[in-house]
Design a protein around this ligand. Structure first.
Ligand code: CTP
Ligand code: MG
Length: 241
């Protein structure tokens, strides 16, 4: 072998290692919560839900940078304290899918096609650094991507239109999807552009015949949806649940 041979991969690879970014859709109106402000700005344990989420990503060394997607008309975000390594994008749309898609398009110049993007609902303030690291560790070598989710524990019923139990749906291998959902930037943007009306990122990949990895999440990472959820979220954040 030529003694001058240099394996360029060893030099190049540290530069081309995929990085991890966070994208937080926070452009919803919180219709089911029905509060005076959109629920991501509701206060729990002394801070807005969205503030808790931004600070959790900022406290995770693996995350290069965090992007938050708010509505172009948002007037609440300016009232929150700034968080390091976090940028606000005023490009939200009419649905979560549109908000995420427009956020991904907005960061396309800063993020490489193979960089990972962790999409996380602003309405899940119970996320922890440990859960983010658990997802990254489990999915970093995955060819598709993956998401936090919880195996379903309850017995499941399908109802009639009149609200009566028609049948019991076997819960074997059923999971409740959570976020973050972690996919490569270019693949995720492409999947979301092709998908028709999906409520999470994984569905867009499933529609293309791909099988995202399921990684066990936590009950504390539930989505705050109804007014009574605020108390439970507060209990988790104060460590009393
Ligand atoms: N979201 C968004 N853009 C939208 C709708 C939702 O960025 N057009 C965000 C929400 O802000 C939230 C996450 O997507 O962080 C999950 O959505 P959901 O819990 O449904 O929040 P809302 O749509 O605000 O609530 P609702 O459906 O009750 O109106
Ligand atoms: Mg919604």
């Amino acid at each position: 072998m030529n003694g001058n041979f240099v394996d360029k991969r060893a030099i190049i690879s540290p530069m081309t290692q995929p990085r991890y970014f966070a994208l937080i859709p926070a452009a919803g109106v919180g219709a089911r919560m029905g509060g005076v402000v959109p629920k991501q700005y509701g206060q729990i344990a002394g801070k807005a839900l969205l503030q808790h989420v931004m600070e959790t990503f900022a406290a995770t060394p693996e995350i290069e940078h965090c992007y938050v997607v708010v509505s172009p008309e948002d007037s609440f975000i300016a009232t929150l304290p700034a968080v390091p390594r976090t940028t606000i994008l005023f490009c939200g749309g009419a649905t979560r899918q549109v908000s995420v898609t427009q956020g991904l398009a907005a960061i396309a110049t800063e993020v490489k096609p193979d960089d990972w993007v962790l999409v996380h609902d602003a309405a899940r303030p119970g996320l922890t650094v440990e859960l983010i690291v658990r997802l990254i560790t489990a999915v970093a070598a995955d060819p598709v991507g993956g998401l936090l989710a919880l195996p379903v524990a309850d017995t499941l019923k399908r109802s009639s239109e009149q609200g009566r139990a028609l049948e019991t749906v076997p819960r074997e291998r059923l999971w409740a999807a959570q976020t973050p959902q972690m996919f490569r930037h270019a693949a995720l943007l492409d999947a979301l552009l092709k998908a028709s009306a999906v409520t999470d990122e994984a569905s867009a990949f499933e529609a293309l015949g791909m099988q995202p990895r399921l990684v066990e999440g936590s009950p504390r990472n539930f989505k705050v949806t109804l007014p009574e959820d605020m108390l439970l979220a507060e209990r988790y954040l104060k460590g009393s649940a």
